[in-house]
Design a protein around this ligand. Structure first.
Ligand code: NAD
Ligand code: ZN
Ligand code: ZN
Length: 235
């Protein structure tokens, strides 16, 4: 396991002991917290007692330890854990974005709705490749359509803040993912992850253009949901 810890050790770091589980169901396996975990898959045998229950230290949500370990094993095992109920992130969340390049520069034109500033153009480039163990079909090729993808932000204070946070998201492999495109239906292809980008400059034919007065605030909220917040970057 990465960082020299087993999945159970990673999960336990974020948990407090629960001696008397409440009369509620574990929302991962839908079985009573007071009884054994309903998880029957591989990878948890012998590592913990099936009836152990833990409370996540920040949000307080409770689950079978075995269910949290199984959930962790289903992800990309990066040392972080996200509460499936309230999405609180423990540790630093990373994604499975394939290798590629992120570049940006300022262009001397204004976006619709932002007449008083220039524009930041971000260029993402990801080539096709082979899926790794962090993807759903390891060893299988993935395609990469429509690259380089160009995206636009106003070159304002808030736009530059969003850029700074997007650079962090890129390093944490959270901008793109590999999966099924909801636009084209193609499987095993590079897709946008959960952070919206504007890919049209002077028009809004796709709905992914300007003007959109709420865009920067939406992106800040989506970045926060990935564990990337303004406060963390000021440190
Ligand atoms: P997707 O369709 O699975 O959608 C994932 C998220 O990305 C959604 O939130 C969606 O709203 C957003 N999204 C979809 N189209 C977008 C766009 N044009 N600009 C900004 N955000 C967009 O994700 P995907 O398959 O990565 O996105 C589809 C887009 O990828 C196409 O619109 C196109 O730009 C590009 N593409 C190009 C080709 C090509 O051959 N040129 C092929 C496939 C996809
Ligand atoms: Zn459970
Ligand atoms: Zn929670």
């Amino acid at each position: 396991a990465r960082k020299g810890r087993t999945p159970e050790e990673v999960v336990r770091r974020y948990l407090q002991k629960v001696r008397n589980p409440p009369e509620e169901d574990c929302t991962i396996c839908m079985e009573a917290l007071a009884g054994p975990s309903g998880y029957k898959g591989p990878g948890v045998g012998g590592i913990s007692r099936a009836e152990s229950v833990g409370r996540l230290s920040q949000c307080g949500h409770q689950y079978h330890l075995q269910c949290l370990v199984a959930m962790y094993n289903n992800g990309n095992k990066d040392g972080s854990l996200q509460c499936p109920t309230c999405k609180t992130i423990y540790g630093v969340k990373t994604g499975n974005q394939p290798p590629g390049k992120m570049e940006y520069h300022v262009i001397p034109h204004s976006l619709p709705g932002h007449p008083d500033c220039k524009t930041i153009r971000i260029i993402y480039n990801i080539p096709p490749g082979i899926q790794g163990p962090e993807h759903s079909n390891p060893g299988k090729p993935f395609t990469a359509r429509g690259f380089p993808r160009h995206c636009y932000l106003p070159d304002s204070d808030k736009g530059r803040l969003v850029l700074k946070l997007l650079l962090v998201a890129w390093d944490r492999r959270l901008i793109f993912s590999v999966g099924t495109s909801s636009t084209t239906g193609e499987t095993d292809t590079v897709i946008w992850n959960e952070v919206h980008h504007k890919t049209e400059f002077g028009s809004n034919l796709t709905g992914h253009g300007y003007p959109d007065s709420g865009h920067l605030d939406n992106v800040l909220e989506e970045l926060r949901a990935q564990g990337i917040a303004e406060e963390d970057c000021l440190r």
